[in-house]
Every structure is written in structure tokens, then in C-alpha cells.
Design a protein around this ligand. Structure first.
Ligand code: PLP
Length: 427
């Protein structure tokens, strides 16, 4: 459930008409609902009630400081995958002991930064990375808490670009090698093994692959404990999917996911960490755009909107589906027609939807892309010198711009012209 609903014929974000925000901010923009973010975080937290646990929001899904600060205030931990995300988490007031550091290519600098600033654990993805963390920690005279991310060779049955748990994927240590790598890790002075980590992919719409992976984790926990390792923490990753296409999909709910975790792992007495990203932010955000032109083509009509693939890349990158609805509620019984909904960028990939049935819309009308809160703003770019899309948050009857649109001048001034082609070195 989210808080973007029609009220008196107009789409609202909580208690604010979306059109009012569009008039104040200009289109396109992302719009988040604080109540929805809060609700989704709590659903996960409550799903694991009674179990020692920490919900670490996978902040790569949406990492505006306002979102992070809101979630940090609710007690969220953070799953970070870069030095930049680590810095953002700390700036949002998240204590080091609530930050887990994931990612397949942590650099020496990132490792040192996190060790200096404090962290809960590194989720280690490979043997060379384990060696690097050990070396950096010894050099700094500290001990790095680590889990090893195992690759359980489970098919997450999701889009190929976001499946991470098969042996052919670049992620983690093959589960068959896990015991040998744990034995090696135990011999290192700079690291302390605290548990096991697994993350099999994103936008999973079925619990079965999670269950299969967690069963393997339970079995491995028994083996590693028998080998003498202290496995006190199980990091189960993120990946629970959301209903992008409301009419025909109903992925499992956090409460069902939590029940399954208890069934498979509850008896192990380990602390549970989960890293949801998409389910917390996805349906807590929409992207609002304006129709520029309606172009009637040969056998195909186009709605040309002022948002483009650089603002929301998911359709181009993952063939993703987003519900697209008019901000003014269509009259009951209004007849729909198929349109291709496209942006202004000179690439055929700049297509948000093909032959999408839409109620009557014309130039100047506002459209909302639903489920755009996760992997939306964070993946935006300034391709075509289109300014980075602004972000807005609502709470109740208030709204605030949480990242403003840069001016053209600001964009231009970020570049430097070398003196040898006429630039002013003092500028
Ligand atoms: C991307 C990612 C997540 C979050 O996945 P969602 O599908 O957004 O829940 C969690 N953990 C790791 C290691 C990831 O790479």
C-alpha cells in the first residue's frame, strides 16, 4: 500500500495535490511519501519481531539524505556499497555499528575509511578482497569484522541483469569453497569472522528461491560451527519484489518473508540482518512528468513527455514496466487508446512504454510514473545536458524539495577548461 491516491479527481501524495507540487517545482521530478517509506520500513522490522535482528536499508535504491535521515531516525541500519554511500550514511547520523559494507570491488581507500569511521561488518565477496581487508586492518592496528558472502547457486528467477545468486554471476564465494575460505579467514590476524552473508538478486516475486538459498545457509552454519567458527550473524540480503504491474502481480509480503526466515533459520539462534531496498523505496516514490506533444504517427501514436531515459532508466535498462497514470483522474468510462510513451532523447531506447492504453491526455497534462522510488533518481544522469531531476518529499500536508534542480550555469561551471585551450587557470 502507498499514499499516492486520487482524491476528488486529483492524484494526491499523502494530503498534497501532486499538481500543486508540479506548479511549484516544475517537471519532471521525483516525489516521495514519508509515510510510505516509514510504513515499509516498519513492515520489515515487525516481520522479524521477537528475533534479534537489524533491517539494513540497501541505500543504493534511493539515497537522498532526507530519505536516509528519515529511516535512520526509525532505527534502520544501512547496507552500503561504496565510500560515497558510507559517507552519506554517516552524514545521516547512522552509527557505524549499524552499517554493513557490501559490494564486489571495495577499494583499499573504502576499506580504510570504513574501518576508521566504524562499521558493523564487511560482507566479503572474494578471497583477494579478504586478503586486502586483512592487510588494511593490520596496518591500521584494528580487527575488521567480516562475513563471507556465499554464492548458493540458486536461480532467483528474476531479470538476468539483477540475478546475483547463480554460480556464473560475479558475486560471492562459491558455497562449495566456503569451508576452506572460512578456515583461511580464521587464520588471519586482521579479520574476525562473525557470520555468513547471502544475496541472490532483486525483484524476486516468489519466496521459493529465498527459501532454497536460506536452507543452504542453515546447512553451512551447522558445518562452520562444527568446524569451530563463531557464526553469530546471518545477513540474508535484500531482493523482495514489488508489484510494478498492479493489475496482475502480488509478490509475497514482508510478513510472509519474515515467517519463512523464522522457519528456515530461527532455530540457529543467530542474529538476522536483512537488506531490503526496493520494497522500502519503490512504491514510496513516483516520477511526475508533463506531456509536451501528442504526435500521431503511421499506425502508432506517441505521447512525448518531458522526462527521459536519463531521468528514469529502468525501462531502457531492464525492460521494466511502470504504471503510468494521469494526475487528473480520468472520467469514469473514459475511452482508452494505445500510445507509445517516449522522452525527448535521441535514442529509440528512450521509450517508457509501448502501445500503452491511456485515457484521453493532451499537451500540458501531467502524468505520474508509479513505483519509481527505487533505482530511479539514483540512476539518473545528465545525458543530453538535461539537468539532474529534482527530488521532493511529502509528509502529511507539507512538502519540501530535498534536492533541487541545478541551473544550467551550475552545470556548466562544474567543468574546467585547461589553459592550453584558452581557459582561465584562476577560474
Ligand atoms: C541491491 C542489493 C540489495 C537490495 O536489493 P533490493 O532488491 O533493492 O531489495 C541488498 N543487498 C545487496 C548486497 C545488494 O546488492
Amino acid at each position: 500500500m502507498d499514499h499516492f491516491l486520487y482524491r476528488d479527481g486529483a492524484l494526491h501524495a499523502e494530503d498534497v495535490p501532486v499538481a500543486e507540487i508540479a506548479a511549484a517545482v516544475g517537471t519532471p521530478f521525483y516525489l516521495y511519501s514519508a509515510a510510505t517509506l516509514t510504513r515499509h520500513f516498519r513492515l520489515f522490522d515487525e516481520a522479524l519481531e521477537g528475533v534479534d535482528h537489524l533491517v539494513c536499508y540497501a541505500m543504493k535504491a534511493a539515497s537522498n539524505q532526507a530519505i536516509l535521515t528519515l529511516l535512520a531516525g526509525l532505527g534502520a541500519g544501512m547496507d552500503v556499497v561504496s565510500g560515497g554511500e558510507y559517507a552519506r550514511a554517516k552524514a545521516a547520523g547512522v552509527p557505524g555499528e549499524r552499517i554493513v559494507f557490501s559490494g564486489v570491488g571495495k577499494t583499499r581507500e573504502e576499506i580504510a575509511t570504513a574501518l576508521a569511521g566504524g562499521l558493523r561488518q564487511f560482507n566479503v565477496e572474494s578471497e583477494p578482497e579478504l586478503a586486502e581487508i586483512d592487510a588494511v586492518a593490520r596496518q591500521m592496528g584494528v580487527i575488521a569484522p567480516v562475513t563471507l558472502r556465499v554464492n548458493p547457486d540458486v536461480d532467483a528467477k528474476t531479470h538476468a541483469k539483477i540475478a546475483t545468486g547463480k554460480s556464473e554471476n560475479k558475486f560471492g564465494i562459491p558455497i562449495a569453497r566456503a569451508r576452506a575460505v572460512y578456515a583461511h579467514a580464521a587464520s588471519l590476524q586482521g579479520v574476525k569472522v562473525v557470520g555468513i552473508d547471502v544475496h541472490i538478486g532483486s525483484q524476486l516475486t516468489d519466496l521459493a528461491p529465498f527459501r532454497a538459498a536460506y536452507r543452504k545457509v542453515a546447512e553451512l552454519t551447522g558445518q562452520l560451527r562444527a568446524d569451530g567458527h563463531e557464526i553469530s550473524r546471518l545477513d540474508l540480503g535484500g531482493g523482495l519484489g514489488i508489484p510494478y504491474e498492479r493489475s496482475n502481480s502480488a509478490p509475497p509480503l514482508p510478513v510472509e518473508y519474515g515467517a519463512m526466515i523464522r522457519e528456515e533459520l530461527g532455530h540457529l539462534g543467530a542474529q538476522i540482518e536483512i537488506e531490503p531496498g526496493r520494497l522500502i523505496a519503490g512504491n514510496a516514490g513516483i516520477m511526475v512528468t508533463q506531456v509536451i506533444y501528442v504526435k500521431e504517427g503511421e499506425g502508432r501514436d506517441f505521447l512525448i513527455v518531458d522526462a527521459a531515459m536519463n531521468d528514469l532508466i529502468r525501462p531502457a535498462m531492464y525492460d521494466a514496466y511502470h504504471d503510468i497514470v494521469p494526475v487528473i483522474e480520468p472520467a469514469p468510462g473514459a475511452e482508452s487508446r494505445p500510445y507509445d510513451i517516449v522522452g525527448p532523447v535521441c535514442e529509440t531506447g528512450d521509450t517508457f512504454a509501448r502501445a500503452r492504453a491511456m485515457p484521453p491526455v493532451g499537451p500540458g497534462d501531467l502524468l505520474a510514473f508509479r513505483s519509481a522510488g527505487a533505482y530511479g533518481a539514483v540512476m539518473a544522469s545528465e545525458y543530453n545536458a538535461r539537468p539532474m531531476i529534482p527530488e521532493v518529499m511529502v509528509q502529511g500536508d507539507q512538502f519540501a524539495v530535498i534536492r533541487r534542480r541545478p541551473t544550467f550555469d551550475e552545470m556548466i561551471k562544474r567543468d574546467t577548461i585547461p589553459p592550453w585551450i584558452g581557459g582561465n587557470p584562476a577560474a
